[in-house]
Design a binder for this molecule. Structure first.
Ligand SMILES: [Zn+2]
Length: 461
């Protein structure tokens, strides 16, 4: 088994690999729009056929929505280990507004840009280009060595961009078949331009909506102003009280289950030299607004938040109206980390709001969902092996990073199957996923394939 031979096979085969990706990109597998149901099916069929062609027992599985694709290697060497389950999604986001695309979204092409060659088209980065990096690595490895160095299975979903309604039931029903030593997920990005990243922390989310009611109807401020309680004033006080002067959230017990960052991880993050000035500068800001004494990366990846996402009351149309509103409302979300319990925080938040209500005011709450933070254990040796292998392919050393958003599939692998997920991705910040003119750097695609070959080699030793 020679890694070098596999890597040069990947280099030689890049044009053919790109052509295969372009073929998959031509299938408009938009999962949210029923008009594209047959296309989602066709994308699943294409993957089944492609995986079959490299020696996998690949099947399309029915769900109430779009099908899953599950595949297992039929040519497993006796000593192949560990067992790795690779996850990706073949569905894509809708393309509108169509007139903002410079080229038709489902007529993908290679384009020369100032920053290098790119593959332009919907799904090129999210997630067809990314999932094909692993398929191509397996193809090259098999072409050179006959069998793969680890036991590989595939699990592709077709509803990721539309809320994954069939995912949990499918994983629960097929738990034994989908279980592996480690799950690999390729749907994230590099850090900056040249630093490979393994995401190990994902923040959870709690959504709350509250409406405060004062007077039984809207009033005229000339007649009632001064004597009646204004719920907008009450809501403003409540919101103002959610943070202290140090930027900390004041909800009772909020930081109880928030861990401090381990020193080793803090050092890795410092080495990333995150340029918060340009990160904030891009959106017209200059000063990090989180907790005093925390680095900007900590604020985004490892600290919990409380944010106002919507706020309304009284008259907001053109002109002016001297109304005293009967109601005031807000939508408030919390990003959660560590072991924070969303239900405990909801209770504590609601108790705080109740405690701030003056006489004659009442509050109604609406629940907008709650999920815990995800924390990937990196204890399995595969994680450190992958980090070293990635560092050999890319200019910069790979890092374990956090992710401000949530990637539910990682939690499902852990909670349903008991398997830790390794999130390695080769997307770039400017890929414009979910937007017009989505692209994937040809370099990301090429080095992504090479990265997986190195990772497989490292894990099998
Ligand atoms: Zn995706």
């Amino acid at each position: 088994m020679s890694l070098d031979a596999v890597l040069s096979r990947i280099d030689q085969d890049l044009e053919a690999a790109t052509d295969r990706l372009l073929t998959l990109l031509r299938i408009p597998s938009i999962s949210t729009d029923p008009a594209f149901k047959a296309d989602c099916d066709a994308a699943a069929d294409w993957l089944v056929e492609d995986l079959t062609s490299i020696g996998f027992d690949a099947t399309k599985r029915k769900t109430p929505g779009h099908p899953m694709v599950v595949a297992h290697d039929t040519e497993v060497a006796d000593n192949a280990s560990p067992h790795l389950m690779f996850y990706g999604h073949y569905d894509v986001q809708p393309v509108d507004p169509l007139d903002l695309w410079d080229t038709p979204p489902f007529e993908p092409a290679i384009e020369d840009t100032a920053k290098g060659r790119v593959i332009r088209g919907r799904g090129s980065s999210d997630d067809k280009g990314q999932l094909m990096t692993f398929v191509e690595a397996c193809r090259a490895w098999k072409a050179v060595n006959g069998t793969l160095p680890a036991r590989i299975s595939f699990f592709f979903e077709g509803e990721e961009e539309s809320g994954s309604p069939s995912l949990v039931p499918f994983m629960t029903e097929n738990a034994d078949e989908l279980r592996s030593d480690v799950a690999l997920i390729c749907d994230t990005g590099l850090f900056g331009h040249d630093t490979p990243a393994i995401v190990t922390m994902l923040r959870g989310l709690l959504g709350e909506e509250l409406t405060i009611t004062g007077p039984s109807k809207d009033l005229h401020s000339g007649m009632y102003g001064g004597v009646s309680m204004n719920p907008a004033r009450v809501l403003a006080r409540i919101i103002a009280g959610l943070h202290d002067d140090e930027g900390r959230v004041t909800v009772d017990g909020f930081y109880d289950d928030v861990p401090e960052l381990p020193n080793s991880l803090r050092a890795q993050w410092e080495d990333l030299n995150f340029d918060h000035k340009s990160f904030l500068g891009e959106v017209g800001l200059s000063v990090p607004a989180g907790e005093t004494g925390r680095s900007p990366l900590e604020m985004i990846w490892s600290r919990p938040t409380c944010e106002v996402n919507g706020l309304w009351s009284g008259y907001t149309g053109d002109g002016f109206k001297t109304v005293l509103p009967s109601q005031a409302s807000a939508k408030i979300s919390f990003r959660l980390v560590g072991q924070q319990d969303p239900l405990k925080i909801r209770e504590s938040f609601r108790a705080y709001v109740q405690s701030m209500l003056p006489q004659d005011c009442s509050v109604d709450f609406k629940d907008h969902g709650a999920s815990r933070a995800g924390h990937m254990s990196t204890d399995h040796p595969a994680f450190e092996q992958a980090r070293i292998a990635l560092s050999e392919e890319w200019p910069n050393t790979a890092a374990y990073v956090g992710c401000g958003g949530s990637i539910p599939i990682a939690g499902h692998f852990k909670n349903i199957l008991g398997v830790d997920a390794m999130l390695v991705g080769f997307g770039r910040d400017d890929d414009q996923i979910h937007s017009p003119n989505e692209k994937y750097d040809l370099e990301s695609f090429h080095k992504g394939i090479r990265s997986w070959a190195r990772i497989l080699d490292a894990m099998s030793k």
